[in-house]
Design a protein. Structure first.
Lengths: 144, 401
């Protein structure tokens, strides 16, 4: 009596696909609006440091924008937030408190690496270098 | 010879007791707790619980961070019931601010908490199956639990840590497309839960290992302050969703599930029936979601809090969870006190292992649904002498701190 539901299940499973996802070879299905890597769009950022103050794990540091970039006038102090993705807990508090909605959100979750990973290059790529077009737009990074 | 025998007027039996440590690495669930079991042969004669392996000092840390940063910190007290912790803390903040979230936000909070109850119950039932030696059932249940994790990802943006609840509402809204997706997932999950329910009720292995094991009487439950499904499986109808009627529970129809047997099997079956009730609640919410705004503008929330204190409760998957938040004005809370159901359910039930076999100990422990990371947060600081030390819950309970 007790064996019947399980036997049926076993027969069904023999002929079904495995549930395991072969991760590096196959992509894990992620929702398009899942909380993944986020970075500041420096064309909107005003350098107010509110995201750094509000960040729960203190993963955000304000850094000086290096020479050679065309910084918008609104960002008078010429600083921008750098997110340390190893410390970040992906709560998106920085995204929601930003007064200019400068954060670009993606669903990129594959962040494992040996070297430190931060948002420096991604953020700087949103700014024009003197006499050049920005190399990477907002949409270029979003996987889906 | 007969003379010698007659000299013996008393036979003293010397018990051969063996001390067996169960844990601290993964005694039943994959969390550290040490239960020292003293056994005579196969039977337990004495048991002691040793905790403190997972202490992180969260309550002290909460005093140093701002009210809003603590929402995310409280969510990380426990990975499984993170939305429940955040909801309890946020409701305390709302009491201090005298703020009421909009009805749509209340419904969405309830939806996330019920999804959490679903996956939490599925996890512990799967672990119960694994402990009694039924690994296949564990694998199957964990596979189907993934559907609910997906539902949680659709609503909150992350499959485990929701970070969904904010003062004055929630942080994301649902659209019709997402509601359809969720309904499809719930329709898929329901027959699976019914199937596993039937397996638990009918399977010979599970019945032999769980029926009449770890039986708790209603008197023991009330005298030891046990909570949640453990109490409800012994016929005590305690459920703060009903008594407190927080968030949308005042409007959503549901029932308290109780059973009379009080053994491990009853606790498992109470969880199955609660999952059924949770599914009904989720479906009701998706069909009757009120309109209006649910997401507050976090940039306009007050940064400084007025003086005040609040005490809130929620029904976590493991039982009644309470938060006490005290504000003396400013940006940081003066005190955050967390009281989790696992502490009562795990520590206070230690005497009830006596009389069972050693093999039953993990099965009984799993049936209490222990959440060790919930239990351990206390740091004691002696400010006069400038000494700071961490004290395990056990020492606190003995008054040695």
């Amino acid at each position: 009596m007790a064996k019947v539901p399980l036997l049926k299940e076993v027969v069904k499973l023999i002929f079904s696909k495995p549930a395991t996802i072969q991760y590096p070879r196959e992509e894990t299905p992620v929702e398009p609006d899942a909380r993944g890597r986020q970075y500041a769009d420096l064309s909107k950022c005003i350098g107010c440091s509110l995201c750094m103050i509000e960040c729960p794990p203190k993963a955000i540091r304000m850094e000086k924008i290096p020479e050679g970039y065309e910084v918008p006038k609104r960002n008078a102090r010429k600083i921008y937030p750098v997110v340390d993705y190893f410390k970040c807990i992906y709560c998106y508090r920085c995204v929601t408190v930003c007064p200019t909605k400068a954060y670009v959100v993606t669903n990129e979750y594959r962040l494992a690496s040996d070297a430190p990973v931060n948002s420096r290059e991604l953020s700087l790529s949103t700014l024009k270098k003197a006499g050049q077009e920005p190399s990477q737009g907002k949409e270029g990074v979003n996987r889906r | 010879m007969t003379e010698e025998v007659s000299k013996v007027d008393k036979v003293v039996e010397i018990p051969m007791t063996v001390e067996i440590p169960v844990g601290p690495q993964h005694p039943a669930v994959h969390e550290p707790i040490l239960i020292k079991v003293y056994a005579e042969g196969e039977y337990v004669v004495k048991a002691e619980a040793y905790t403190g392996y997972n202490h992180r000092g969260i309550e002290k840390l909460a005093e140093k961070k701002s009210f809003y940063q603590d929402i995310f910190l409280c969510g990380r007290v426990c990975g499984i019931c993170n939305a429940v912790h955040a909801d309890c803390y946020v409701r305390a903040l709302e009491h201090i601010l005298d703020k009421e979230p909009p009805p749509r936000a209340k419904y969405l909070r309830t939806l996330v908490m019920e999804l959490e109850r679903l996956h939490s119950h599925m996890l512990i039932l799967a672990v119960t199956a694994e402990i009694v030696g039924f690994d296949t059932l564990f694998m199957h249940m964990m596979r189907d639990r993934e559907l609910i994790m997906k539902a949680k990802e659709i609503v909150t943006g992350n499959r485990v840590l929701a970070d969904y609840i904010m003062v004055g509402g929630v942080r994301r809204d649902l659209n019709t497309e997402k509601i359809d997706k969720l309904k499809k997932i719930l329709a898929k999950v329901e027959p699976r839960i019914r199937h596993y329910w039937r397996v638990f009720e009918e399977d010979v292995t599970l019945n032999k290992r769980l029926v009449d094991v770890g039986r708790l009487t209603p008197a023991q439950v009330t005298s030891h302050g046990l909570l949640g499904p453990v109490a409800r499986a012994s016929g005590i109808a305690t459920d703060s969703r009903y008594h407190d009627a927080y968030d949308a529970y005042a409007e959503v129809p549901f029932r308290i599930v109780t059973r009379r047997e009080g053994d491990c099997m009853a606790r498992s079956l109470v969880r199955f029936e609660e999952m059924q009730v949770s599914l009904e609640i989720c479906r009701y919410i998706l069909n009757h979601l009120p309109g209006g705004e649910a997401v507050p503008d976090e940039r306009r929330l007050p940064r400084r809090f007025p003086e005040g204190e609040a005490f809130t409760t929620v029904e976590a998957p493991r039982g009644e969870l309470t938060y006490y938040v005290m504000s003396k004005g400013g940006v940081n809370p003066y005190r955050v006190k967390i009281r989790t159901p696992s502490y009562n359910n795990v520590i206070n039930t230690v005497p009830f292992y006596v009389g069972h076999t050693i093999a039953d100990v993990p099965a009984i422990l799993a049936s209490y649904d222990p959440c060790i990371s919930c239990m351990e947060r206390v740091t004691v600081i002696d400010s006069r002498r400038g000494i700071r030390r961490k004290v395990s819950m056990r020492d606190l309970a003995r008054g040695e701190a």
